[in-house]
Structure formats: structure tokens, C-alpha cells
Design a protein around this ligand. Structure first.
Ligand code: HEC
Length: 196
């Protein structure tokens, strides 16, 4: 065999080897999802994780509260009136309690109000990026850098989801109709008596 033939067979072998490994690598890679597919899977995850239980205002039916589908995930309604809280009942080791629509929660941490997760710019997550959203849920800090998030926001569990899952949840939240609702800041424990 001439040197030339040897060289070209070696090259063909190398070419086929590269081609084959490329094909087998591509087979394992998931094709990128479209925006619509991400939103659809995000809706599925939000439903499964029960975000509506706490983050959606409710309509009261004979069977109890159900999410108000005209204001999904818009957080504790700014115009709702809080009932007075018996500070003696929400000490560590005693009760912690939620408002009847489950958007406000009192406990040893004071009172927390569920955030507006719709893409309204001044009051929701309209200005948030994917990175801010992931950082907030992984770190348990407001927007990933601010004050600690109060209970009962289950960031410790949700924050363990994969980047893909969190990106899909975020894509779904960004696709919601924006609801203008400025949620109040948490009330510290020493100011429970101010809730009248
Ligand atoms: C058991 C009630 C509860 C559930 C379930 C819940 N949350 Fe929350 N969430 C809260 C409360 C309360 C706050 C406000 C905490 C605060 O202001 O410190 C909050 C705040 C947030 C914030 C604001 C974070 C920030 O940086 O200010 C995001 C984002 C969020 N929740 C996303 C979600 C998502 C997504 C789900 C579902 C996968 C979810 N939450 C499920 C109670 C809940």
C-alpha cells in the first residue's frame, strides 16, 4: 500500500469517527424548548407546587376559597382588610396562622404578605430577569440580594429545583396578564398590635 493510500484511509477513518461521535452526542442532547413550551411546562410546575394556594387572591365558594382566575398570582390584595391579630397566640411554639385567602400569614416572624408574581412593572416581577428570580429562590433573599424572605414562602424547597425548572416557572409567570397590586412590606413581630 502506498503512503498516499495509507494517509487517506487514516483520514477517512478519522472523519467517520468524528462524524459518529458528533451524531451520538447530539442524540443525548435535549432539543431547546420553544418559549410556548417553556410557558406550558412552567404552568404545570406552578400548579404542581401550589404557588396559587398562597399567591392568588381567592373567591369564596360554599366549598371554601378557590383562586380568583382574573387575578392569578397577583399576591396579597392591597385593598384587603386584615383582621386584628392576637400577638399572644403567635409566639414561638404557639400558632401560626393565615388569612382566609391564604395571602397573609402571621407567626413569630410578624406578618408576611405574598408577593405579586405577575409581570406588572412597578408592583410585580415585570423588571425581574431570570437570574434575579433564580437567585431569590436559591438564596431566600428578596431579589437575591435584599432582606431574608419570611415564612411560609417555601424557597428552601422550591430553590432546589433545576435551573431549567425555575426558568420554565419564570417564563410562565412572565406570560401572565399583569395585575397592578402593590403588596405591603412585612410587619415585624413587635408591631403586631398595630394590625387592627
Ligand atoms: C405557603 C405559602 C407559599 C407558597 C406555596 C408559595 N409562596 Fe412564594 N411567597 C410566600 C410569601 C408569604 C412570600 C412573601 C415573603 C416575604 O415578603 O418575605 C412569598 C414571596 C415570593 C417571591 C418574592 C421573592 C422576593 O425576592 O421578594 C417569589 C418570587 C415567590 N414567592 C415565588 C413563589 C413560587 C414560584 C411559588 C410556587 C413554586 C411560591 N412562591 C409558593 C408564600 C408562598
Amino acid at each position: 500500500m502506498s503512503k498516499h493510500i495509507l494517509f487517506s484511509s487514516a483520514m477517512s477513518f478519522l472523519f467517520l469517527f468524528i462524524l459518529f461521535t458528533q451524531i451520538s452526542c447530539n442524540k443525548n442532547e435535549k432539543p431547546a424548548m420553544t418559549k410556548e413550551e417553556m410557558q406550558k411546562r412552567g404552568a404545570y410546575l406552578v400548579n404542581l407546587a401550589g404557588c396559587n394556594d398562597c399567591h392568588s387572591p381567592k373567591i369564596f365558594t360554599a366549598m371554601g376559597p378557590v383562586p380568583d382566575t382574573t387575578k392569578l398570582l397577583s399576591g396579597h390584595p392591597a385593598d384587603s382588610k386584615l383582621l386584628p391579630i392576637d400577638a399572644a397566640l403567635v409566639q414561638p411554639g404557639k400558632w401560626y396562622m393565615g388569612s382566609s385567602d391564604m395571602t397573609a400569614w402571621a407567626g413569630p416572624w410578624g406578618v408576611s404578605f405574598t408577593a405579586n408574581l405577575t409581570p406588572d412593572e412597578p408592583t410585580g416581577i415585570g423588571t425581574w430577569t431570570e437570574e434575579v428570580f433564580i437567585k431569590a429562590l436559591r438564596s431566600g433573599k428578596h431579589m437575591g440580594i435584599g432582606r431574608p424572605l419570611m415564612p411560609p414562602m417555601p424557597w428552601q424547597a422550591i430553590g432546589q429545583s433545576t435551573d431549567e425548572d425555575l426558568k420554565e416557572i419564570f417564563a410562565y409567570l412572565k406570560s401572565l396578564p399583569p395585575v397592578h397590586n402593590k403588596v405591603m412590606d412585612p410587619i415585624p413581630p413587635n408591631q403586631l398590635a398595630s394590625v387592627k
